[in-house]
Design a protein around this ligand. Structure first.
Ligand code: ATP
Length: 257
């Protein structure tokens, strides 16, 4: 049974069709990435899954059961880290639990237990503005995973970071993932990141978005640092580049952003 099974999702904004019959599944404990041209509808897809938007067509199931509006079994990390500047780091980390109805003290205790594992021990009493970009992302991810859902939806978690920090956080995420084995759906702009972190990469076309390619990465996760230089990884990146050129034909065909 799939952790997530999406069938024929369609979405229009006014006259514009953004998603057109998008179907895929994420297997339990697997990581699936979605890449595609800017504006193709990747965030819209996640916003439908989280219940922020209603689809115009199609449906999806989680663990084999249709999802009703009220119950969203995902933990979602949005594109921006969205830490609240007026809450200390620990209170930010506990926010997702609090919003899910967990009493504040209990939420803070559960969040605080993860700080060391996430490499941010000692920052609990700081304000978000006192953290680096990479640390902020760790807090945002902690806030997401502390909700203890089996499926994570991550919308470009490392998109705003410099290349070195991004690389560090990818390595770190793989290490954390190995312990928890969440099913993950990851939106990214970075082909190399998609190949390194995923079991399968889906390529969306430009608007209206359809899935125009699927690339499997048949190497066990976590993959070591050397994997990016592995000929197989380079071949898959090349294949994805070609698919992206088809996804957004014309000048800047491989540009995403
Ligand atoms: N509420 C809305 N009303 C009208 N149009 C919208 C709305 N939300 C998104 N869109 C449009 O839908 C399209 C897809 O947007 P979306 O943010 O899903 O793309 P994306 O692939 O995530 O883009 P990026 O890679 O730049 O983050 C865009 O053309 C966007 O302008």
């Amino acid at each position: 049974m799939s952790a997530l099974s999406v069938r024929g999702l369609g979405k229009r904004f006014g006259e514009t069709t953004v998603l057109d019959g998008v179907s895929f599944s994420v297997e339990p404990g697997r990581v699936t990435s979605v890449i595609g041209p800017s504006g193709s509808g990747k965030s819209t897809l996640l916003r439908i899954l989280t219940g922020e938007l209603d689809p115009d067509a199609g449906s999806f199931e989680v663990d084999g059961a249709p999802v009703r509006n009220a119950q969203r079994p995902f933990a979602f990390m949005p594109q921006r880290d969205a830490l609240l500047p007026w809450r200390r780091v620990l209170d930010n980390a506990a926010l997702g639990l609090e919003m899910a109805g967990v009493p504040r003290r209990q939420a803070r205790r559960r969040a605080s237990e993860l700080f060391d594992t996430f490499g941010i021990g000692g920052t609990e009493r700081l304000w978000p503005r006192q953290l680096s970009g990479g640390m902020r992302q760790r807090v945002a991810l902690l806030r997401t995973v502390v909700q203890e859902r089996t499926m994570l939806l991550l919308d470009e978690p490392f998109g705003a970071l410099d290349a070195i920090t991004r690389e560090q956080l990818q390595r770190w995420l793989l290490g954390i993932w190995e312990r928890h084995r969440w099913s993950m759906l990851l939106i990214t702009h970075d082909i190399r990141e998609a190949v390194r972190l995923s079991d399968e990469v889906l390529v969306l076309s430009a608007k209206p978005a359809r899935i125009i390619g699927r690339v499997r990465v048949d190497r066990a996760i976590p993959r070591g640092d050397g994997f990016v230089l592995d000929p197989e990884a380079r071949r898959l990146e090349h294949e994805l580049l070609k698919l992206l050129a088809r996804a957004a034909p014309g000048p800047g065909a491989t540009m995403m952003g």
